[in-house]
Design a protein around this ligand. Structure first.
Ligand code: NAD
Ligand code: AKB
Length: 317
């Protein structure tokens, strides 16, 4: 079995992606790598390597020496954190991508997954049912880095035949690890407060609709895209992918069906402007046609599974 590495493995997506890949490919074949000295206990069932994606020479040598053939590059600053440190966000979100694309161009790596985001869209994009191909003028440094990354992925595929695949993830909702600094994080944080039976203060206004997805759907979609035959992948920038779409008020109503005493108040901050520049819902017909994407979780299913599984001890871990 050829080896696979997940760089940025200790984050919200990485944790669940590593666990699922280890189930499928065997724990010893799936390397988790991240900046941290040690990985979280949940990833102790397989190999871990401390790695800074910005250390180009170390990353190159490690991947070549270990004959790693598939790379999932997840390390990045997300939208809210990136706005606080735009120079570093640009550096982190772009330099690592070139390191991995170049390894594939030179023939060391055979397949890459690099995630894009709904942040590639901007205030001039049609916001309802946002098409795969449309106006894209992102207004955040995060969105600019994801849009540029998409263009470079497509370029490396067209010029050098690099097999790089990507998804424009919506906001991802999960309970295994906490989110890492995005504009959609409220839709995870809210469940911890509901479970603690505390009121929740939302940093977005009540009618802000955003595309969202339960993590299990996102991981399954990612692995379906990665195992699809090369010929069926028609989009080499990144695929739109839709799960569900809701506002904070709608999410609250669903939570109140399970926890009737739950209350929310609204104190929009700088993240409101970011959310206002993003789509409300996504047209993902290209992913459905090309490689058979279909979501399993709507808003009600997502709320049920989150309320059942959120473990508030993660907040102090
Ligand atoms: P996260 O912030 O939870 O995790 C990122 C991980 O990368 C962290 O464990 C961090 O320690 C690690 N990291 C940071 N700098 C690093 C470096 N220099 N070298 C190695 N590791 C480093 O992020 P996430 O939510 O898991 O997102 C992963 C990817 O998916 C990102 O590219 C993000 O833009 C994209 N994405 C996420 C979402 C979402 O809702 N979570 C939505 C759209 C796109
Ligand atoms: C964020 O809010 O930054 C991420 C994303 C949608 O890319 N969750």
């Amino acid at each position: 079995m050829a080896k696979t590495i997940i760089i940025g493995a200790c984050g919200q997506i990485g944790t669940e992606l590593v666990l699922e890949l280890r189930k499928r490919e065997g724990a010893e074949n799936v390397l988790a790598a991240d900046l941290r000295d040690e990985c979280p206990a949940v990833l102790n069932n397989g190999p871990y390597q401390k790695m800074d994606i910005l250390d180009r020479e170390f990353v190159r040598q490690f991947i070549i020496d270990n004959e790693i053939k598939t790379v999932y590059l997840l390390a990045a600053l997300l939208s809210a954190t990136a706005e606080k440190n735009p120079d570093f966000a640009w550096k982190l979100n772009m330099e690592g991508l070139f390191t991995i694309l170049d390894l594939a161009k030179e023939g060391h790596v055979s397949k890459i997954f690099w995630p894009s985001s709904i942040a590639v869209f901007g205030p001039t994009t049609p916001r309802e049912n946002t098409p795969q191909y449309t106006v894209m003028e992102p207004s955040t440094v995060y969105g600019i880095s994801k849009q540029s990354g998409e263009r470079w992925c497509e370029y490396y595929f067209n010029k050098f035949g690099v097999d790089v695949r990507s998804i424009r993830y919506p906001g991802l909702i999960s309970y295994t690890s906490l989110p890492g600094g995005g504009t959609t994080d409220y839709a995870v944080d809210i469940f911890y407060q509901a479970k603690l039976k505390k009121p929740f203060t939302c940093f977005l206004s009540e009618n802000t609709a955003l595309p969202m997805m339960f993590m299990e759907d996102a991981i399954r979609g990612t692995l379906e895209l990665m195992s699809a035959p090369k010929e069926s992948i028609k989009v080499r920038s990144a695929y739109n992918l839709s799960g569900c779409s809701f506002t904070p008020a709608e999410l609250t109503q669903e939570i109140q069906k399970i926890e009737p005493s739950f209350t929310i108040n609204y104190a929009p901050d700088f993240r409101q402007a970011i959310a206002d520049s993003w789509p409300k819902s996504i047209d993902d017909s290209a992913a459905r046609t090309d490689w058979g994407w279909k979501e399993n979780y709507g808003t009600t299913e997502l709320v049920n599974v989150m309320m059942e599984n959120v473990d508030t001890s993660l907040l102090i871990a």
